[in-house]
Write a protein that binds this ligand. Structure first.
Ligand code: ZN
Length: 185
């Protein structure tokens, strides 16, 4: 990896041996390793020890989870907030596991649409709740920095499963709850 990054620096017209760049290949390799560490995380292990039986059947929402990922088309970051909701069917999940699950999928090369679906589907499969909703609002640096679109263009994606898909009232309630007090830019 370090050798590839050295080559890339040279290819960009830089001198990889100048002082400021000397340790860059090592740093980039380490940082990319971390930013893609989601490939090796064991999701079953992460979730299954943290699912508990509980007679609670109202909507649970984890709001404004900060999200940083890399777009697979340009290897540039996209970042923003993720909201995750579910309606338990006799089983709840330790609340800290929801952001961790978001981070596992975010630390891979992604497109925002797939990232949204993966989070929703994984929770649906493991928790078997009445429904799961995931919304991601993110700014893509590949758009902002390359001037393809407006600098502040935000992309919003959502995945609605189970009751969130079939019951308009549930979906509305969710959309109201994620809207209120949502972080303004
Ligand atoms: Zn991109």
């Amino acid at each position: 990896m370090e050798e590839l990054i050295r080559k890339m620096l040279a290819e960009l017209g830089e001198n990889p041996d100048r002082e400021g760049l000397r340790r860059t290949p090592e740093r980039v390799a380490e940082s990319l390793g971390f930013l893609t560490s989601g490939y090796t995380e064991d999701i079953d292990k992460l979730l299954d020890g943290s699912i508990f039986e509980e007679e609670y059947d109202e909507m649970v929402i984890a709001k404004d989870i900060s999200l940083y990922s890399l777009c697979e088309h340009h290897l540039l970051p996209f970042y923003g907030e993720c909201h995750v909701a579910y309606i338990p069917k006799g089983r709840i999940i330790g609340i800290s596991k929801i952001p961790r699950l978001v981070h596992v999928f975010a630390r891979r090369l992604q497109v925002q649409e797939r990232l949204t679906n993966q989070i929703a589907k994984t929770l649906m499969d493991h928790l078997k709740p009445y429904g799961v909703a995931v919304t991601i609002e993110a700014t893509h640096l590949c758009m902002a920095m390359r001037g393809v679109r407006k600098r502040d263009a935000r992309i919003i994606t959502s995945a609605m499963l189970g009751a969130f898909r079939t019951d308009p009232k549930t979906r509305m309630e969710y959309l109201e709850l994620i809207k209120s007090g949502s972080r303004a830019e």
